[in-house]
Design a protein. Structure first.
Length: 323
């Protein structure tokens, strides 16, 4: 931290929306524009309270299961993905499905199916009950075992220790995941790695930005919802990297002024499902309390974008289709 007593904000970059979230939210917006309200969404489209409430106000109806959707209606599958059983149920109910699963989650599903076909035991590092874990596990339920932490490793049994691979939920802490993988590798020396990194580039980038910023911060505020895995991880990463304190908030109004007592430098970041308007609200709130100086801590440039689900893409012009 600098020797200056001037109050300042360090603003992590990258922060906020990743390509998968941007695509998923836009899919619901476009579906409402194209088909009119209501459009049903299975589970929260992304794990952010503000986004869900905004879409609900526009006519999206969020349900827990496809069985709650009227037959023949439009339903959007969330960014976290679904299991084959959910797809089958939607088909049985003749639902018009729009698949907003993040392509990086789809990649993990494809890996799970491939390794199951090759008769591997798949050790899925992730959190029990998370929608993404449920979707991935559903692709190969007979082959997948969930590993939540290094403490679970002793309980794991496999059919052939030479045919074991680990995969992971995309929104985990990189450091914690690798700690679990090290424990797995001690037990299964021939453990295979995923063909490519499963932890999402955006999750990793946001963690790196926070790690860079945290040692300079008395306090780090992470904008995100409590059911957002990647947002919760950012608080843990900030504390682990040396921040004096760190809190998860949905809105600026949740900031307790007592948190700012004696604080000179506040770091601000946001999870991958958080719109920038909420971050701006936090920065404005801090400015009103004397934290007027803002410095951006830039650790990566993100340029990745994903095209909309095919059901929502405009038809290709005939000439383009032939070329």
């Amino acid at each position: 931290m600098s020797g200056s007593d001037a109050k300042q904000v360090l603003l992590a970059k990258p922060r906020g929306y990743c390509a998968g979230v941007d695509r998923a939210v836009e899919a619901v917006e476009q579906a409402l524009d194209k088909y009119g309200a209501p459009v049903y969404v299975r589970k929260e489209i992304v794990h952010n309270k503000h986004v869900v409430e905004t879409l609900r106000d526009r006519g999206a109806i969020f349900v827990e299961e496809a069985s709650e959707v009227p037959e023949g209606a439009h339903v959007v599958f969330s960014a976290h993905g679904v299991s084959p059983a959910v797809r089958d149920e939607a088909k049985d109910r003749q639902l018009k499905t729009i698949d907003a699963t993040c392509p990086l989650v789809t990649k993990v599903h494809q890996e799970a199916k491939r390794f199951a076909r090759e008769e591997y035991d798949i050790l899925l590092v992730g959190h029990a009950g998370h929608e993404e874990v449920e979707g991935t596990s559903g692709e190969a339920p007979d082959n997948i075992q969930l590993v939540e932490s290094a403490a679970d490793v002793d309980k794991i049994e496999v059919r052939d220790p030479d045919k074991v691979v680990w995969l992971s939920q995309t929104t985990l802490s990189v450091d914690e995941t690798m700690e679990t993988v090290r424990a797995l590798r001690e037990k299964f020396p021939n453990l295979q790695n995923p063909p490519s990194d499963d932890i999402c580039y955006a999750t990793q980038n946001r963690q790196v930005a926070v790690k860079t910023m945290a040692p300079r911060c008395d306090l780090v505020l992470v904008v995100g919802s409590r059911n957002s895995s990647n947002s919760v991880r950012l608080v843990e990463v900030a504390l682990g990297a040396g921040a004096g304190a760190s809190y998860l908030i949905d809105y600026a109004k949740e900031i307790d002024d007592a948190w700012l007592d004696g604080v000179t430098t506040v770091g601000v970041t946001s999870g991958a499902s958080v719109p920038e308007v909420l971050v701006r609200g936090v920065v404005d709130h801090l400015a009103e309390r004397g934290f007027g100086s803002v410095e951006e801590v830039d650790t990566a440039e993100e340029t990745l974008t994903f095209s909309l689900p095919r059901e929502l893409r405009p038809p290709r012009p005939a000439a383009a289709a032939k070329s």
